[in-house]
Each structure stands twice: as C-alpha cells, then as structure tokens.
Design a protein around this ligand. Structure first.
Ligand code: A2R
Length: 315
C-alpha cells in the first residue's frame, strides 16, 4: 500500500514520514516544494517528488502516476501572522492545493482515503462556557489563516458529500516538537536559550503573552493520531486532535528556565503580543479517542526537553 504525504520537507511532514517508516509498512511518496527534506530516508521506501501543488496538471499527474491508497495533505502556509500580511497567498497554498488534490482524486476515480488537515484555529473566538471545545462548537475564525482552514474543512465535507470521496477531516490544536520553526512559541523559547548558552545572544529572553493557556501535543503523537484516524475514522466526519489539557505559556517558560545552563532575564516584547488573544483554548478529544483509542504518549516535559536538545544542536 502507498501513502502520498504532501509537505514532506515541512515540520509535520517529516514526522509523518518517520512514523509511517517505523510503524507501518507503507511505501511513501513525499512531495516537496522549494525546501529539501532534512532527513535521509531510505530511497526504496520514500520517493520524493518536487512540484508546486497550486498547479492543477502537476497534481493530477502525480496522482495518476502513483495511485496512492492514502493521501495526507500537510503542505500549506502554516503560520497565522503571515496570513495577515499575505492572505491571498495563504489561501492559494492552503485551499487551492487541496482543491487540486480533491479534483485529481475525483477525476481519476481514485479510491484513496484522504486526510484534510484543518486547525483548532477554526474555532477562533471561544467563550469560557464553550470549553472544552468539541466538534460542534461554532466556528468563529479570527485570522485569514483560520478562514483558509475553515474553507479546507468545508471543501472536504462537500467533496465527500458530492463525490463520495473517502475523506476524513481533522482539527489539530497546538502541536510542537523537534524541528519546528522558531516562529512558534516553544521553539522560540528553546532557540533563544540555546543561543544565549552558546554566547550568541545577550542573556535576555523576549516573550509575548505568558498567561494564555493552550492545548499542546507532541507532533509525534499527532502524526500517530492522523494515521489511526485514516484507518478507523468515519468518512466525512471531523475530529479534534489535542490532549484535552491546558498549559500556560508561563509554565512552558518556567520549564525551560529550569533547564537553562545560564541565568536569563525576561523581557516582554510588544511585537509578540496579539491584540485580542483568547485566554484559554482546550480541546475535547473524546470523538478521536472513541474512534481510535488514541491518547497522547509523550509527556509535555519530555517534548520540551527534546525541543531544547534539538535547538542546542542546531545553533
Ligand atoms: O516552502 P517549502 O518549500 O518549505 O514547502 C512548504 C510546503 N508548501 C508547498 N508544497 C507544494 N506546493 C506549494 N504550493 C506549497 N506551499 C507550501 O508545505 C512546506 O515544506 C510545507 C509546510 O510545512 P510547514 O510550514 O513546516 O508546516 P507544518 O507545521 O508542517 O504544518 C502542516 C499542516 C499545515 O496544513 C498546517 O496549517 C497544519 O498542519 O497545522
């Protein structure tokens, strides 16, 4: 059996391929765009294809040539702040790429199972009485990124209804781990500490809102959930992916400061504060757990230590 993973050079794509290689016997086709993958995967099991998924004919050609049994669409523009500056490119990278895949599958009559990656950001403006967030909580997206994810989510539903595609949607909450870009908070802290320890930065760590409470999962647990939901999920249905537990950014920072090998002072960076930050976001992963038996295996402490170790190596 063969799995097509788009965004193979990305943060989640790399972990997804690692999971498929170690925990399944899938042959893998990974698509990349400009960046090369960081990992040296065995060539007999991982085939890399370079293409722009915004090009309809190129996507159709890949699907026709490889006939995947599973498609996990991880390519896209994944960073919320970029979407404010570049809303249309965000739509093209997220929505247009998905449309090309769905059209390609429909027109070739491929009987593949497809995973559409939405986001916990789709829920947006959450009121305290709506916590924890389940899949029936209203969607009130608050950024162009979040709206692009709502569009992907609903396109998935529509293609399932209209064309009977075997398609499952997920709404992952914050996922973190080694290899993530420093735009994301846990990587930003770990990178700054690693740079300070290496003497490449003054001992001042800059941060945004520390009181925000978020639902963090290890990306290695998240990719396992993706695979399980493709196997056991109900076609057309949508599943939250998260831990069900909230942790403040302050707790994460304290963990890192306790691990730092030098003394570090803190400084609030107004540029990192969001104008209307939602105080608490916690997901209800009950539907996912019922369908798959999944629960997170990696403790947060372990994830944070692994991220710091990764940044110590990278700097
Ligand atoms: O820019 P590159 O060369 O790094 O490629 C990015 C790729 N990508 C594309 N691939 C083909 N055609 C395109 N037009 C295109 N635009 C972007 O998607 C990159 O390697 C990958 C996304 O990786 P990351 O930015 O690391 O995202 P991450 O964290 O792996 O997120 C995966 C998914 C996204 O749908 C997020 O919105 C969601 O999980 O949270």
């Amino acid at each position: 059996m063969r799995t097509l993973v788009t965004g193979a050079a990305g943060f989640v794509g790399g972990h997804m391929i690692h999971y498929l290689l170690t925990d399944t016997d899938q042959e893998i086709v990974g698509t990349i765009y400009r960046r090369q993958p960081q990992h040296a995967w065995p060539k007999r099991r991982v085939h890399i294809e370079q293409l722009d998924l915004r090009e309809e004919s190129a996507v159709a050609e890949i699907i026709t040539r490889w006939h995947p049994d599973f498609i996990i669409h991880l390519a896209g523009q994944s960073f919320v702040p970029v979407s404010w500056k570049h809303p249309w490119p965000t739509f093209e990278q997220n929505v247009l790429t998905l449309i090309n895949i769905l059209k390609g599958v429909q027109l070739t009559r491929l009987n593949a199972r497809i995973l559409v990656i939405g986001s916990g950001e789709e829920y947006g403006e959450i009121r305290p009485d709506e916590l924890p967030i389940n899949e029936d909580t209203p969607l009130r997206p608050t950024s162009p990124y979040a709206v692009s994810k709502v569009a992907e989510d609903l396109l998935g539903w529509q293609y399932h209804r209209s064309h009977k595609l075997h398609l499952i949607r997920v709404r992952p909450f914050n996922h973190i781990g080694p290899g993530q870009n420093e735009n994301f908070v846990t990587s930003s802290f770990a990178r700054q500490i690693a740079l300070i320890e290496a003497g490449q930065m003054p001992p001042v760590l800059r941060h945004g809102n520390l009181s925000a409470r978020r639902d963090f999962s290890d990306v290695r647990d998240v990719v396992q959930a993706y695979w399980l939901i493709l196997q056991h999920g109900q076609p057309g249905a949508v599943y939250n992916v998260g831990s069900g537990r909230g942790v403040t950014i302050r707790t994460i920072l304290d963990h890192y400061l306790a691990q730092a090998r030098v003394t570090i002072t803190l400084e609030e960076d107004p540029g990192r504060m969001r104008p209307a930050d939602i105080p608490t976001i916690i997901c209800d992963p009950g539907r996912l757990q019922q369908a798959t038996g999944w629960s997170p295996r990696i403790p947060l402490q372990q994830t944070l230590s692994d991220i710091l170790a990764d940044w110590r190596q990278r700097v």
